[in-house]
Ligand binder design. Sequence first.
Ligand SMILES: Cc1cc2nc3c(=O)[nH]c(=O)nc-3n(C[C@H](O)[C@H](O)[C@H](O)COP(=O)(O)OP(=O)(O)OC[C@H]3O[C@@H](n4cnc5c(N)ncnc54)[C@H](O)[C@@H]3O)c2cc1C
Length: 568
Amino acid sequence: MRASLQLSMAGLNVAVLTKVFPTRSHTVAAQGGIGASLGNMSEDNWHYHFFDTVKGSDWLGDQDAIEFMCREAPKVVYELEHFGMPFDRNPDGTIYQRPFGGHTANYGEKPVQRACAAADRTGHALLHTLYQQNVKARTNFFVEWMALDLIRDAEGDVVGVTALEMETGEVYILEAKTVLLATGGAGRIFAASTNAFINTGDGLGMAARASIPLEDMEFWQFHPTGVAGAGVLLTEGCRGEGAILRNANGERFMERYAPTLKDLAPRDFVSRSMDQEIKEGRGCGPNKDYVLLDMTHLGAETIMKRLPSVFEIGHNFANVDITKEPIPVVPTIHYQMGGIPTNVYGQVVVPKNGAPNDIVNGLYAVGECSCVSVHGANRLGTNSLLDLVVFGRAAGNHIVDYNLKNKSHKPLPKDAADQTLARLARLDTAVNGEYSQDVANDIRRTMQAHAGVFRTQASMDEGVKKILEVTERVKSIGLQDKSKVFNTARVEALEVENLIEAAKATMISAAARKESRGAHAHNDFPNRDDANWIKHSLFYTEGNRLDYKPVNMKPLTVESIPPKVRTF
Ligand SMILES: Cc1cc2nc3c(=O)[nH]c(=O)nc-3n(C[C@H](O)[C@H](O)[C@H](O)COP(=O)(O)OP(=O)(O)OC[C@H]3O[C@@H](n4cnc5c(N)ncnc54)[C@H](O)[C@@H]3O)c2cc1C
């Protein structure tokens, strides 16, 4: 929506297709905040933010993209403020900012207050603000339309998409001079996930089926504080406001793992520490399988002002009054660092003739479905909402500069809808086809068991075998109910074809990376291997082939931050 706004304001004719009403996108669930070095409440500048993000990424992030994002951050946040986004305020009227994991002042010295927040409903506020601005700018929304496949012509240029109108079950071709994917993450490839049910990685599936590689898919973020058993997220903003993780002995164990940042160390670090505590028998509860997040010392007033949704979640999903007792939490899958490879203008890039980043004409990707790559091997909290608006705006500007109004549509290839029609026909004609959600559950079980917080070679190799078996089963999914009007079974079956692409890319890229970096913790290779593995993975679904490309260690204007041991 940040990109479409830019386009509509420039007078272009924009169609936004969305599976759900725009304000129900997963962004609505973002709680904690959006990162920008405004320095409203403690000394800060973009250099610190840049340093934290490079270090947070475990040196797999591209430093040009990271510099671009951190420098743009204050600008886009003030712009949101002027669009009417209802941020919390300080007494002097400036935007309220809270501390967040891995965000520091003076290059790691102490936590900084950088997360601009609207209570614990920042994503909700952001999404509604952008929707309203789009309505004002007369963007056309196609609500409950599911994009199915990209259309590429003989030269490889993208000239449109095929899509299913869910209400009628009709399939359409939408011809477009430019297509931008902002389809979000694929968090639903895991069984325990903080993600919405619609996060099935559709853009990844569309790209993969159009021969575009997926980048760095082995890196999945576990959020330390999912409600045990339910998976629902408790924002890192809780720890930003002062919440503490405790083990069965009541000990604040993060002091041992990260003496400086403690509970506010980055997520990969905290998740592994929690897993370690549980493994060593200091977990809580009858099965010793979770730890506790303690907010009782914050006081009811702060909780109700800064974390009202967390209070409700505690009540509804754990039957806990967080003002009075600690709440059980476990690391839960949260965010995909990898995605469709792009440059800082959101243009999709692929290796071609020896060049690692050749532009795919007519195709852009922004947000969680993309890999630009600012998050590298581990994302810092609040950097995703930032990534959406910074690169959404940049992509919008880039498309506007392209002067599309004066360009004509490229001709549609004759076979434009063939791939899509073949997929739909397969579902409709399958005899004794398997139920899509049985297959989806096996994808989730496999990923949960073989691509978890800690990984071993044997387990990942077995995971690859299993996921390839499931891939074969995806081909034999069928529909019992073949009716057209609002047939959600058809939508779900089509989603499984996207889930499998994300899962396969993850499992195969993970089994190949023989080191530990960021969220990829490999027990057989416990150290980071900078000599061999400072490189991005690229997975092609055809032939299940892997390729690699270099990480850009050169920022735009400042000096490169060389790899160091990561301590906090
Ligand atoms: C619970 C939770 C809390 C979070 N908190 C924070 C936070 O505090 N700060 C932060 O920086 N990050 C946070 N994140 C991460 C961040 O919210 C997400 O990465 C980000 O919102 C993703 O935005 P997006 O626009 O890429 O995708 P989404 O918001 O997921 O939107 C995807 C859109 O694409 C549409 N779509 C998908 N497939 C299709 C298709 N086939 N056809 C048509 N439309 C399609 C959907 O309908 C939807 O509108 C959080 C994530 C979660 C899950």
